[in-house]
Design a protein around this ligand. Structure first.
Ligand SMILES: Cc1cc2nc3c(=O)[nH]c(=O)nc-3n(C[C@H](O)[C@H](O)[C@H](O)COP(=O)(O)OP(=O)(O)OC[C@H]3O[C@@H](n4cnc5c(N)ncnc54)[C@H](O)[C@@H]3O)c2cc1C
Ligand SMILES: *[C@@H]1O[C@H](CO)[C@@H](O)[C@H](O)[C@H]1NC(C)=O
Ligand SMILES: *[C@@H]1O[C@H](CO)[C@@H](O)[C@H](O)[C@H]1NC(C)=O
Ligand SMILES: *[C@@H]1O[C@H](CO)[C@@H](O)[C@H](O)[C@H]1NC(C)=O
Length: 540
């Protein structure tokens, strides 16, 4: 059972390849038979066989579409032409996860793992080959232990749930992770996880102390039994290449009773270019309690009718009071002209709420909601800046953004704790020497290929204009900002060579160790996806 048998896989492929040529009435039984075979396999591999029929959704099931769509966070990947999974499995117990892996492997079905579904390219729920989704959404338990300052978090939980459950137990503890409350723990923590406390406490993965994973043979392993290498790999190397992560145990961090936030907006006619230039000198070097994000958006000009300008929004979290923050920025960032009235003091959990863009009126338990924002279409890309962009360069970029009209940039400052963690302490390599990360973003509601084509071309053009100003050899990227433009693996005979292309950008010098771990724990490359870590060619 441990060796994957290629024959059943081939027979499924043949059945599916034949499907378009047969009528629907004939097609249904083939898919049905996969369903039946799968159920039978699950039954024989789980401790409670009678429960299995409650966790597998076939395409013909009335709830199939709503289960599929519940964690689709990008409308681009949910169209009539999107290839949908043959089955969606929604385990309630560990042994059902184990059985799902074993059965997918035995029957020869490709497996996609989904936790929060926030993957920017949707690769947790779409595929070009016949596949099954293992949906972890029932794994939402979070156990917070304030005495030992740790929490055990199942991977189907959202970040909002994590923050809320910590806050229920303590007002002076928190956890450093992303700002959007609906992001899933499974993808976020396995790919790094950054948020507005990263300059003080590092990434989420810098605060992981244990994990539970189901490997390709269906074994449940923890830090001790999985060994140092695999434990290292699933803290930043992306979980899906290695197995199904059930939970992470994390160290909580101390947050002050009062923190301060602000947002200051400036347009080009308000000297935004000078401010952006100075931001580069301040944000990555200032007090590590201060995280000052910069968002650059093309907007309609208020002073020049019918024209566009760029709005630079400085959004900050300070782990301290407003007086201290104002004094700090008067000295370090005088151009911003920050006033105490502009700052808001609040509890840490209220700052989580403020950053997650909830309305002031809603109650904190909105953090527990999984679907609080509208799902539209989007595309994201990432870059890293290692030396400040000269003022002329900035002027030119901002002008290009006005011309393009829709693409936004978000600058996330590094420094602080990020400089102190060695590049190879985790697979995430962008540490000392990286000033800030750029996120490119474009979102739209309109349907249709033309809109999509034109906006994708916009974001790619801006990415190309940025070439002189960003990291080179490799041009680095963040794996949690999944971008298939930088390379794709179609699981052909060039797996390894295809895999090198994007892996070097995401993991730089850590690629080699990741490949070795991958080859050791999943030699047959069962846990393959469009951007997985490849196995070494001679062993595959
Ligand atoms: C609105 C929005 C805001 C975001 N904000 C931030 C931010 O502030 N900071 C930041 O760092 N990132 C942010 N991201 C990116 C986010 O961290 C990644 O998209 C992350 O991978 C999402 O995790 P998920 O579980 O929701 O996604 P999924 O789509 O479920 O999974 C993403 C990847 O992880 C794999 N995976 C998921 N669960 C498991 C598991 N249990 N075991 C093994 N593999 C698994 C999937 O197969 C897939 O390859 C944001 C994304 C969105 C859409
Ligand atoms: C749909 O699938 C679910 C999960 O397996 C099951 O509980 C339910 O009975 C199915 N519904 C129908 C109508 O088959
Ligand atoms: C979550 O915890 C509850 C209560 O302890 C338990 O019954 C349930 O099985 C747990 N769920 C998972 C997926 O582990
Ligand atoms: C912009 O900068 C100029 C020159 O430094 C200065 O005179 C002017 O007051 C600034 N404008 C704003 C709106 O701050």
């Amino acid at each position: 059972m441990d060796k994957s048998n290629p024959l059943p896989f081939l027979s499924v492929m043949i059945i599916l390849l034949l499907l378009p040529h047969v009528s629907n009435s004939q097609a249904a039984p083939s898919r049905d038979s996969i369903f039946v075979t799968f159920l039978q396999c699950l039954k024989s591999h789980t401790t409670q066989p009678d429960q299995v029929s409650n966790i597998v959704y076939a395409q013909t099931n009335a709830s199939y579409t709503s289960i599929f769509e519940a964690f689709v966070r990008n409308a681009r990947f949910n169209t009539p032409s999107t290839t949908k999974p043959l089955l969606i499995v929604t385990p309630l117990h560990e042994n059902q996860v184990q059985a799902t892996i074993v059965c997918s492997k035995t029957i020869g079905l490709h497996l996609k793992i989904r936790s929060g579904g926030h993957d920017f390219e949707g690769i947790s729920y779409i595929s070009e080959v016949p596949f099954v989704i293992l949906d972890m959404f029932n794994f939402q338990n979070i156990t917070v232990d304030i005495q030992n300052e740790i929490a055990v978090i199942q991977t189907g939980a959202s970040l909002g749930q994590v923050y809320y459950r910590i806050w229920e137990k303590s007002k002076v503890h928190g956890f450093p992770a992303g700002v959007c409350s609906t992001v899933g723990v499974g993808g976020h923590l396995s790919g790094g996880g950054y948020g507005n406390m990263m300059r003080k406490f590092g990434l989420s993965i810098d605060n992981v102390v244990d994990a539970k994973i189901v490997d390709v043979n269906g074994r449940v392993l923890d830090k001790n039994s999985m060994g140092e290498d695999l434990f290292w790999a699933i803290r930043g190397g992306g979980g899906a290449s290695f197995g199904v992560i059930l939970s992470y145990t994390v160290k909580l961090v101390s947050v002050p009773e009062k923190v301060a936030v602000f947002q200051v907006d400036k347009t080009l006619d308000q000297n935004a270019t000078d401010l952006v230039f100075q931001w580069q000198q301040v944000a990555p070097h200032t007090d590590d309690r201060l995280f000052m994000r910069l968002v650059l958006q093309p907007v309609s000009s208020k002073t020049l009718k019918g024209q566009k300008t760029i709005r630079a929004s400085f959004q900050a979290l300070f782990l301290g009071g407003a007086d201290e923050l104002v004094t700090l920025l008067e000295k370090e960032f005088p151009l911003l002209g920050l006033k105490k009235e502009t700052c808001k003091e609040m509890s840490w959990i209220e700052s989580v709420f403020w950053w997650a863009n909830f309305n002031d009126g809603s109650s904190l338990n909105a953090l527990l909601e999984r679907n609080h924002y509208k799902v539209h279409s989007s595309k994201r890309k990432s870059d890293y800046v290692q030396s400040p962009i000269p003022k002329d360069g900035l002027k030119w970029i901002l002008k290009k953004m006005v011309e393009l009209g829709k693409v936004e940039l978000v600058f996330n400052p590094y420094g602080g704790k990020m400089n102190e963690v060695a590049f190879d302490a985790t697979p995430f390599p962008h540490r000392a020497g990286y000033l800030y990360k750029i996120q490119y973003t474009v979102s739209w509601e309109e349907k249709g290929d033309d809109v999509e084509k034109s906006l994708l071309s916009q974001i790619r053009m801006l990415y190309s204009y940025m070439t002189p100003f960003v990291s080179k050899n490799p041009r680095s990227a963040y794996v949690n900002y999944r971008d298939l433009d930088i390379g794709i693996n179609r699981h052909g005979k060039d797996d390894y060579n295809d895999g090198v292309v994007y892996s070097i950008k995401y993991f730089n010098k850590n690629f080699e160790r990741l490949v070795n771990v991958k080859t050791k724990v999943d030699p047959e490359n069962f846990f393959w996806n469009e951007q997985s870590i490849p196995t070494l060619p001679n062993k595959a």
